[in-house]
Design a protein around this ligand. Structure first.
Ligand code: NAD
Length: 264
């Protein structure tokens, strides 16, 4: 790397395994000289996250489940002690009941609606609130979203509604934190086969559809999302905030099936 992120310290929440978008972002940041801290959700993922952290010389802050506010508190106390400040945060967290990521949106239950919004939307706000005091010389906060926030996608359902709220949160947080030179942005990634994505109905069909119909006739990789994240996390984007930046091989500009797309 060229040292774009040299001297920067960042927390990455949402690393599950080496297929995670968070891992693509972590690799790009580390390659450019960033110092990283990870969390994991529960003991099952601890075993996956620890070796990945070792690979990038990252700190492991411990268990963090955004539905347990004391675990968020614990992570930031740990960072306060070990680093004393923070330059960036990556929020790559989302959850919804798999049974409701298929079929009709109208069948969403109140219970899963609330849980989906709590984990996938409110968590960004609670993490930003806790990060603010550690970013006394400015900072960059980045979250992950999807085109299902803007347009109806089959099976995305309540997660699309949550991503719309997440994108609105990015704008409100950008306004709140802008005076302190803390920027808040989102990357809207094209579909990638990860643990979370495997919960979405007909995901392979969605991947193929994007490959055939995006302007670049491809899907995207976690490494490509990672490199785009570098722009939003580094000083290259120092006057960019409240933005939703698409990394989707151009899919979001297309209004119709491509004429050369095979039948599927
Ligand atoms: P992933 O399964 O690798 O990551 C999801 C992460 O969310 C996991 O690390 C999991 O531990 C964490 N998480 C879920 N519930 C949590 C909770 N209660 N507390 C703390 N952490 C919790 O999958 P991914 O696809 O890399 O997802 C990362 C982000 O990217 C998500 O916001 C997702 O919606 C978004 N995204 C994914 C795609 C895609 O196609 N994979 C496309 C656009 C956006």
């Amino acid at each position: 790397g060229t040292g774009l992120m040299k001297g920067k310290r960042g927390l990455i929440i949402g690393l599950a395994n080496n297929k995670s978008i968070a891992w693509g972002i972590a690799k790009s940041c580390a390659d450019q000289g960033a110092e990283l801290a990870f969390t994991y959700q529960g003991d099952a993922l601890k075993k996956r996250v620890e070796p990945l952290a070792a690979e990038l010389n990252a700190i492991v802050c411990g268990h963090c489940d955004v539905t347990e506010p004391e675990t968020i508190e614990e992570v930031f106390r740990h960072l306060e002690k070990t680093w004393g400040r923070l330059d960036f945060v990556v929020h790559a967290v989302a959850f919804s009941d798999k049974d409701e990521l298929t079929g009709r949106y109208i069948d969403t239950t109140r219970d899963n609606f609330g849980r989906t919004m709590d984990i996938s939307v409110y968590s960004l706000t609670s993490i930003a609130k806790r990060a603010e005091p550690l970013m006394s010389s400015g900072g960059s906060i980045l979250t992950l979203t999807y085109y299902g926030a803007e347009k109806v996608m089959p099976h995305y359902n309540v997660m699309g509604v949550a991503k719309a709220a997440l994108e609105a949160s990015v704008r409100y947080l950008a306004a709140d934190l802008g005076p302190n030179r803390i920027r808040v942005n989102a990357l809207s990634a094209g579909p990638i086969k990860t643990l979370a994505a495997s919960g979405i109905g007909d995901f392979r069909y969605i991947l193929r559809w994007n490959e055939y119909n995006s302007p670049m006739r491809k899907t995207v990789t976690i490494e490509e999302v990672g490199d785009a994240a570098l722009y939003l996390l580094s000083d290259l984007s120092r006057s960019v905030t409240g933005e939703v930046h698409h990394v989707d091989a151009g899919y979001h500009v297309v209004g119709m099936k491509a004429v050369d797309a095979p039948d599927m």
